[in-house]
Design a binder for this molecule. Structure first.
Ligand code: SF4
Ligand code: SF4
Length: 290
């Protein structure tokens, strides 16, 4: 089994549109994982059926038993996150503000406080309208630990890929260079970096490339919106050449990337010319990973 992860240093480069296009071109030969859990939108294009759902717990939250609480204020005084509120003499924990440090539980003289696992979201294994399997997730509002959720999505996606005897796991990675993108890249065979010729696009591309080098993963680049700044696009091409990485291809600015997304279609369904370009890139990518 080969794992390809599609990433971008910054959001808005067309990463998800390109991953969904590759998912369509790959057809039944692949399992898809949406690891962009902070802004998951692959489901808008692939219309999954949410057949199998699993709760995702991460971190802890304090809970106060009102029958045991003697209103001594000790927990309120020690909470550095101001997560314990007092309303009409009743002590409660604000689940958003609580960082789960457990200090209040330790100092409570009546054992009124217990820590419980925080429900931080859910993972889903779905059949899609493209007849392949999508493993995806929803992070609860204000929940953290998205790196752990990415790891869970990848674990389930690998299991599913083996169960279905597929050769390919295609991953929509996370933008940026933080913990979630590190989790997206762990164990990957190949990274596709989607970039654009802007100052922030190039800076973020270089930062994510530095991260990829530490994983010793081979990378191929796609330049989107090439014609927005041809000079900077040529700088990117030079960077790819100097670093002996693969150049998968380029697109000029094309509003059909956005239009197809708003119509809930992949860009290969929406635009025949883009389909031809993407098919060339997909075939090149397949030959490189094999
Ligand atoms: S430390 Fe315990 S007993 Fe005191 S106010 Fe907090 S929950 Fe109530
Ligand atoms: S677990 Fe920590 S952050 Fe949460 S309420 Fe207790 S002291 Fe505050």
């Amino acid at each position: 089994m080969k794992e390809i992860v599609v990433i971008s240093g910054k959001g808005g480069t067309g990463k998800t549109s390109i991953t969904a296009a590759f998912a369509q071109l790959a057809g039944k030969e692949s399992v898809i994982a949406d690891c962009d859990v902070d802004a998951a939108d692959m489901h808008l294009l692939l219309k999954p059926d949410f057949a199998e759902e699993e709760a995702f717990y991460s971190g802890q939250i304090a809970h106060i038993d009102q029958d045991k609480c003697t209103r001594c204020y000790k927990c309120k005084k020690v909470c550095r996150f101001d997560a314990i509120h007092v309303t009409d003499g009743t002590f409660t924990v604000d689940e958003i503000d609580c960082e789960g440090c457990g200090y209040c539980e330790k100092i409570c003289p009546t054992q009124a406080i217990t820590m419980y696992d925080a429900l931080s979201g859910k993972t889903c294994i779905s059949a899609t309208r493209l007849n392949n399997t999508l493993v995806h997730a929803e992070l609860a509002i204000a929940a953290e630990h998205s790196g752990k959720l990415v790891t869970r999505v990848k674990t389930l996606a690998r299991q599913k890929t083996r169960e279905e005897k597929k050769n390919l796991l295609l991953i929509d990675g996370t933008p940026g260079i933080g913990c979630p993108v590190t989790a997206s890249l762990t164990g990957a065979d190949y990274a596709v970096i989607v970039t654009e010729p802007t100052i922030s696009g190039i800076n973020d591309m270089k930062r994510v490339f530095d991260l990829i080098k530490t994983f010793k993963i081979r990378a191929g680049f796609i330049i989107n919106k090439y014609d927005l700044n041809p000079e900077k696009s040529r700088d990117i091409e030079l960077f790819i050449k100097e670093n002996k990485m693969d150049y998968l291809g380029q697109f000029n600015y094309n509003e059909n990337f956005t239009k197809s997304m708003t119509q809930g279609e992949t860009v290969v369904e929406y635009d025949a010319a883009l389909k031809t370009e993407l098919a060339k890139m997909w075939n090149k990518l397949k030959s490189l990973i094999n």
